[in-house]
Design a protein around this ligand. Structure first.
Ligand SMILES: [Zn+2]
Ligand SMILES: [Zn+2]
Ligand SMILES: [Zn+2]
Length: 147
C-alpha cells in the first residue's frame, strides 16, 4: 500500500519535478487536517509548524495536489476555494447551509455503485466529481422558525 508521500513524489517525478522540502511540508500539513480547508487556513497550519513556506508556494502547490488526485476541490464559499484530502477517505457528499455556511457530510458508499453503473451505461469514463447540496441546516431552520 502506497502512502500519500510516495504517490505525490511519483506523480511529481512524471512531471520532471521533485518533492522539495516546501512541497513535502505542504503535503504533510494537508494530511494533518482531516477536514475542509482553504489556502489561507493551510498557510496558518504551516506557520504553526514553523515551515518556511510562502503563501504563494501554497497557491502554486495546490493545483499539483489536485492533479495528483490526493485532494479534491470540495466547494467554493464566499469566493474562497475549499479543499480536502480524499486519499484514505470514503467519498462523500456535502450538505451546505446557505445561511450559516456550515458543511456536513454523508458517505456515498451506497450511491457509488449506482453512479458507476450509470457511467458504464453512458460509456463514460468517470474521473472526478463532487456532490454539493444547498439548503438550510437544522440550526438555521429552528432559528428561522423561532423568529
Ligand atoms: Zn484524513
Ligand atoms: Zn468533504
Ligand atoms: Zn445553517
Amino acid at each position: 500500500m502506497q502512502d500519500h508521500e510516495q504517490i505525490f513524489s511519483r506523480f511529481l517525478a512524471k512531471k520532471g519535478l521533485r518533492l522539495t522540502l516546501p512541497r513535502k511540508q505542504i503535503l504533510d500539513a494537508v494530511f494533518s487536517l482531516h477536514s475542509h480547508f482553504d489556502a489561507e487556513q493551510l498557510f496558518d497550519v504551516l506557520r504553526i509548524r514553523n515551515a518556511e513556506v510562502s503563501l504563494a508556494t501554497v497557491y502554486r502547490t495546490l493545483p499539483l495536489l489536485l492533479e495528483s488526485g490526493l485532494i479534491q476541490h470540495s466547494m467554493r464559499q464566499e469566493s474562497r476555494d475549499i479543499y480536502e484530502h480524499i486519499f484514505g477517505h470514503p467519498r462523500h457528499l456535502h450538505w451546505i447551509c446557505r445561511q450559516c455556511g456550515s458543511v456536513s457530510e454523508t458517505s456515498l458508499d451506497n450511491i457509488m455503485p449506482f453512479l458507476e453503473r450509470a457511467a458504464q451505461e453512458q460509456h463514460f469514463e468517470l474521473e472526478d466529481f463532487s456532490l454539493n447540496l444547498m439548503g438550510l441546516c437544522w440550526r438555521c431552520k429552528n432559528e428561522n422558525r423561532n423568529q
